[in-house]
Design a protein around this ligand. Structure first.
Ligand code: WTA
Length: 652
């Protein structure tokens, strides 16, 4: 990645910038001088951020990095995470403030105040205690987006038990491997879940998963859909167990490094990694970032993060960050097009949502559905828009700003990972002049660099690997049960320098701003030129006929790799045949340069995506290289690959 490829310049030709308005800047939580302040004394800066929380015992040392790569933050400090997210807001007189405006998919709603949340969390904590759950135990949670999911997580945190939330769409086998790996003592689930307007079973999947699972003593079942479910000996209904419990529960203060949760994420090999996060540092950074990146004002804003609690975004930006900051937030159970494609905009209008945080894949889906849909709703309450999960192409960014943010709400493109625990690179609304498609700059207190193979930082305009060269409070504290894999995956590549290897490619533009280019395994090498799949996708999507695009590097005897693109065309464009495809190849050549012209473009009806919305390029590579298609079990819809293959065979 040392050489500067001309083909990488495409994103750099994106040179629009949007400075903050004076009005926004004047009221912004973030201050421009925080970058220098944090650089001057990083630990003092983080100590100041940690003061956002209530500590039962103050720390004696901000950071102990002597056991690197295992960090200790706020050493000697003690706190209770759930107390910080719930009780203290009630004690400071905000018990009547709504914490959660919950919206069920079928249209049922619940508003839960902080005082009510405190009662619910206390009851659930007492219930878990009655089952013998104590500090350090693991509790697996597989639930839909219902309030009990948040209550269950906070109840675990209150007891110092670790939760391991497993996304509701995961298969029984995936749940089982996670339950076994963490040796979960209790599993919390529901009878069923609503998806796309229909009740789907959940408990029966959990039963299948847990057959013979030795560690599991109890399964707690929340009633959601009301369907009949078999209740076995170790099963207990949530309402029977929890409802009668006392609302009094005294939270215990735990060490700052007490484990908070495990969250499994996929790596390059088959076995998912149990990413381990702890208490004080994690809560400090999620609270700090939620405050500055979203400009959140407690008691004024209505915040909505559309993630699922099964992913890290749900942990950090639905549960811990917003609740630590006394947010009033919307939690929506269902899919964005149930019962109609304006569902999100309707919810924003009804609840006067002011901060909205979502993923590029959803933004592109909204684009596909058409801008006339959001145009029917009053979105004037929106003042900050966030994006997370993958690089956002400039067209989607602009569409988001214009059609959702009325051309004035700042868009914050936030880069981070399950492993980083909280946002690391992002513009600061009110401070940063934003650029469509760039996450721009490490937050005050965070240090990141783009380096080449020899760990040398590249210059302006240069591309390479993204590394984090200084420890940060919410960093992972390891992979559950596998220290070696932890060192190997993240710390071995640049072991001499002690850099954390993020696995993402990135580059600096001429202002020194960072542009994320996708996973390094998604970077193609064509005739010795490095071209990011994201970049070619971005070029394709900028053509008016293209709704979505995914690009892979397929092995090529002449050029090393050849670029193969899969595109979904808009409406009647799909009828355009070979001519339409030729035009697209030329369009990419025009946008990026002849070197980036795709070898092949295949028009497809769908793209294979994981349940979190990531395109599974591995499967597309199989198609592009005429191989047998690999494991499809993590796809949201496993029939997509058949659809793609059969369409291609029949020449459609
Ligand atoms: C990608 C999600 C570009 C990246 C919070 C990272 C992004 C992986 C962005 C982590 C962004 C996330 N721009 N790429 N704003 N945000 N990514 O663990 O490749 O589900 O390594 O965490 O998503 O995904 P994860």
């Amino acid at each position: 990645m040392t050489e500067q490829s001309p083909a990488l310049d495409n994103l750099l030709t994106e040179n629009r910038t949007f400075p903050p308005t004076d009005e926004f800047a004047a009221q912004a939580n973030a201050k421009a001088d925080w970058y220098d302040k944090a650089d001057a004394d990083r630990e003092a800066f983080w100590a100041e951020q940690a003061e956002r929380l209530h500590w039962d015992t103050k720390w004696s040392q901000v950071l102990d990095w002597s056991g690197a790569p295992f960090a200790k933050w706020f050493v000697g400090g003690k706190l209770n995470v759930a107390y910080n997210c719930v009780d203290r807001h009630v004690e400071s007189g905000h018990g009547e403030q709504v914490a959660i405006h919950w919206v069920g998919e079928p249209g049922d709603t619940r508003d839960i105040t902080y005082a009510q949340l405190k009662d619910e969390v206390s009851k659930a904590a007492n219930a878990l205690v009655s089952l013998g759950v104590t500090s350090g135990d693991r509790v697996a949670i597989q639930l839909p987006m219902i309030p009990e999911a948040i209550v269950a997580m906070l109840a675990c945190a209150r007891l110092g038990a670790m939760h391991s939330v497993v996304f509701g769409g995961f298969s029984p086998a995936a749940l089982r491997s996670r339950v076994d790996d963490a040796e979960a003592k209790v599993v919390i689930t529901s009878d069923g879940q609503y998806r796309r307007g229909k009740a789907a079973p959940m408990k029966t999947n959990v039963d299948e998963a847990l057959e013979g699972a030795a560690s599991v003593e109890k399964v707690i079942v929340v009633r959601r859909t009301g369907e009949e479910v078999p209740m076995g000996e170790r099963d207990v209904w949530w309402h029977e167990l929890v409802d009668g419990q006392s609302t009094e529960h005294t939270p215990e203060a735990f060490d700052s490094e007490h484990p908070l949760f495990i969250l499994y994420t996929s790596g390059t090999t088959g076995k998912p990694k149990g990413i381990l996060h702890t208490s004080g540092g994690y809560l400090t950074q999620v609270a700090y970032t939620h405050h500055v990146v979203f400009d959140h004002k407690p008691g004024e804003d209505v915040y909505w993060c559309t993630a699922d609690i099964g992913w890290v975004t749900g942990h950090s930006y639905i549960v811990y960050g917003p609740l630590a900051n006394r947010a009033t937030q919307v939690v929506y159970e269902g899919t964005p097009n149930t019962p109609h494609e304006g569902r999100h905009w309707e919810i924003i209008q009804n609840h006067k949502v002011s901060i909205y945080y979502t993923a590029p894949t959803l933004i592109r889906t909204f684009m596909k559905w058409g801008e006339d849909i959001p145009a029917k709703y009053d979105l004037s309450s929106l003042r900050v828009l966030g994006s997370v999960g993958e690089p956002i192409n400039p067209e989607a960014w602009m569409w988001y700003r214009e059609h959702i943010g009325a051309g004035k709400a700042p868009v914050v493109d936030t880069w981070w990972q399950t492993e980083t625990g909280a946002i690391m690179i992002s513009p600061l609304p009110g401070v940063t002049s934003t650029k469509p498609g760039s996450a721009q700059r490490p937050l005050p207190g965070i240090s990141a660099k783009v380096v080449d193979d020899t760990a040398t930082e590249v210059g302006k305009g240069g591309g390479g690997y993204l590394v984090l060269d200084k420890p940060w409070p919410s960093m992972l504290r390891g992979i559950w049960g596998d220290d070696e894999r932890f060192r190997d995956t993240y710390w071995s590549r640049f072991a001499d320098q002690g850099f954390y290897f993020a696995g993402d490619g990135a580059k600096y533009d001429n202002d020194g701003d960072i542009w994320l280019l996708g996973r390094v395994d998604d970077v193609m090498n064509v005739s010795g030129h490095r071209i990011s799949t994201t970049e070619v996708e971005s070029a394709l999507v900028s053509h008016p006929t293209v709704a979505e695009a995914a690009v892979v590097g397929a092995s090529d005897p002449t050029t090393g790799q050849g670029i193969v693109a899969f595109v979904i065309l808009r409406g009647s464009a799909a009828e355009g045949g070979e001519e339409a495809v030729q035009e697209l190849r030329n369009h990419v050549a025009k946008e990026i340069g002849p070197i980036a012209k795709p070898r092949q473009i295949m028009v497809v009806p769908e793209l294979p995506k994981t349940r979190s919305g990531k395109i599974m390029r591995r499967l597309l590579r199989d198609v592009a290289e005429n191989r047998q298609i690999g494991d499809v079990t993590t796809l949201a819809d496993s029939s997509v690959m058949e659809l793609i293959s059969s369409g291609l065979k029949s020449g459609k």
